[in-house]
Design a protein around this ligand. Structure first.
Ligand SMILES: Nc1ncnc2c1ncn2[C@@H]1O[C@H](COP(=O)(O)OP(=O)(O)OP(=O)(O)O)[C@@H](O)[C@H]1O
Ligand SMILES: [Mg+2]
Length: 505
């Protein structure tokens, strides 16, 4: 056994390494915020200090969240938004690529805007902007999402025709519009180009035809989500409490991208227009979850919001499974990064390179459980403590268990893709449990229904769902009631019940 001998030693090097003078967590004075002005996130791993987030000392209020699927990114976002609305009365706009948030937003009393499922956005709407600025924005969106920048003539034709459509309706392109004046739509733009083609005097008819073809993709009957009068008051988007822009009903990534860019552009204009505000806290949070194209392109307004957001109390929250999908300008400028579990060496290298944490933290990150996170904060002034620390767990609100029943197999593919019939129906676990109790299903029956749905990854097919209900004692008449409560139309209910072969004894 060795003998421990104490001795005095004077060394700056060793003092710097000393655990007691440089703990692996920022001091409590930094971690613990005023409950009325900060957002509680969870306790730290080493000293179990309750960490509450505020951006007062940070370079800006923006947040990046990275982590593998299921690591808890969306859960964190939900928790954060709810608390921000309590603490600062913050509004939030979620650009919801996969429709992940809609059930939760509904449950939280927010508004869901379902594009492609009854809601429309006219991308030519001005919400107070000068037409010329809107023309530029529309062209930027087309450039990000299509290869139009390689076709100078088509680019010019498109931009001119959009401008012309405004002029024809009496707008002055270099001036803000009169209040309440209705904007043209892409259909008017296409009509102008078609007229020009009919006219026969334009010297490159093939260019003109291609231009028309490009625009028609966004204006075809049934896919004219951006070429009709808006069903949303865009000017009010950033001040309407919790708003979910559900993009899952749009046919493909290009449509989702166009919607996201348009919404970001509108929010950015609104932010600049409202100007600097003295109020503390955050007025509006904009969430981009898995919208990689939008978060990665240099020309996207996500970057403008990151650069200018602080002075207008606008915060951007970007979440992604893949940190390399987040533009450097965003990633290296956000005030806070939450790193949840990451497995891939490539991604770990990238983050460690940008953020500079220790190998110890890197090792921890690759072994995190659900909800565990490393937090990195960029302070306005240089401080003498590590800026990356570990949270035992993000302590959120009780998770909502949402099931999504899928119509595939119950309804023909052609009907589903024509968008007349909704593809997915969602409900929440407790909501369904209460209904099953109402229908007198036994406790075992209820358990068996839930475990079979959990096996399907909470995403059962409609016919299987109906059969599982029936086999576990739900009567056909109650299944009909349940489907009605999911707002499925009567005629469709009759069809799918017949197809499932379910009948009362
Ligand atoms: N901090 C937490 N505490 C308790 N449960 C959590 C926590 N974080 C996540 N969960 C649960 O883990 C599951 C996956 O979380 P979540 O949907 O947030 O993952 P994600 O990172 O957004 O995944 P994806 O990339 O697939 O969207 C959810 O059921 C959620 O309720
Ligand atoms: Mg998610």
């Amino acid at each position: 056994m060795s003998i421990l001998k104490l001795q005095n030693l004077m060394s700056n090097d060793i003092a710097k390494r000393s655990f007691l003078s440089r703990p692996p967590e920022p001091p409590a004075s930094i971690l613990v915020g005023d409950v009325l002005k900060s957002i509680y996130i969870g306790t730290t791993k080493v000293f179990q200090v309750p960490f509450s987030w505020s951006f007062t000392n940070l370079t800006n209020p923006h947040i990046a969240i990275v982590g593998i699927t299921g690591s808890g990114k969306s859960y964190f976002v939900k928790t954060f938004l709810i608390r921000a609305s309590y603490v600062w009365n913050s509004n939030a706009v979620i650009i919801d690529w996969a429709g992940e948030y809609k059930a939760w937003v509904k449950q939280s009393g927010g508004k869901v805007i379902a594009l492609g499922k009854g809601d429309y956005l006219n991308i030519m709407d001005l919400s107070g902007m000068k037409p010329l600025d809107r023309v530029k924005q529309i062209m930027t969106s087309f450039e990000i999402l299509t290869d139009i920048s390689q076709f100078a003539e088509q680019r010019r034709l498109t931009s001119e025709a959009i401008e012309q459509a405004y002029t024809n309706l009496g707008f002055v392109v270099s001036e803000p519009p009169e209040k309440g004046k209705e904007s043209p739509t892409l259909k008017d733009v296409i009509a102008l180009l078609e007229e020009k083609l009919q006219d026969g005097t334009y010297e490159y008819p093939a260019e003109l035809e291609n231009t028309i073809y490009r625009l028609r993709q966004f204006a075809r009957e049934g896919e004219d989500f951006f070429a009709r009068k808006s069903t949303i008051d865009l000017g009010k988007l950033s001040e309407s409490g919790l708003v979910d822009i559900d993009l899952s009903g749009l046919p493909d990534e290009k449509f989702r991208g166009l919607a996201s860019l348009f919404i970001l552009q509108t929010l950015k204009e609104k932010m600049r227009f409202e100007g600097w505000s003295e109020s503390k806290g955050l007025k509006t949070l904009v969430v981009l979850d898995e919208a990689w194209k939008i978060a990665s392109d240099d020309r996207s307004d996500a970057i403008t919001i990151v650069r200018e957001g602080r002075k207008y109390q606008f915060g951007l929250i970007v979440a992604s499974q893949n940190p390399t999908d987040i533009n450097e300008a965003i990633f290296s400028n956000v005030g806070t990064t939450f790193i949840l579990r990451i497995k891939f060496e490539k991604f770990l290298n990238y983050i460690q390179g940008t953020i500079n944490f220790s190998n110890f933290i890197r090792e921890e990150i690759s072994n995190f459980g659900v909800g565990q996170a490393a937090v990195e904060m960029a302070f306005q002034t240089a401080l003498r403590f590590p800026q990356t620390f570990i949270l035992e767990k993000i302590q959120g609100e009780t998770p909502l268990y949402v099931y999504t029943v899928n119509m595939e197999g119950a309804i023909s593919e052609s009907e589903l893709s024509s968008n007349v019939i909704q593809r997915d129906y969602q409900f929440e676990r407790e909501e369904l449990r209460n209904k099953l109790i109402e229908y007198n299903v036994s406790a075992e029956g209820i358990d068996s229904i839930f475990s079979s749905m959990d096996e399907s990854g909470r995403n059962p097919k409609m016919l299987d769902f109906i059969n599982v209900l029936f086999q576990n004692g739900v009567e056909a008449s109650d299944i009909v009631l349940l489907l009605k409560s999911m707002s499925i139309e009567d005629s469709i209910i009759t069809r799918i019940i017949a197809k499932a072969g379910v009948r009362n004894a």
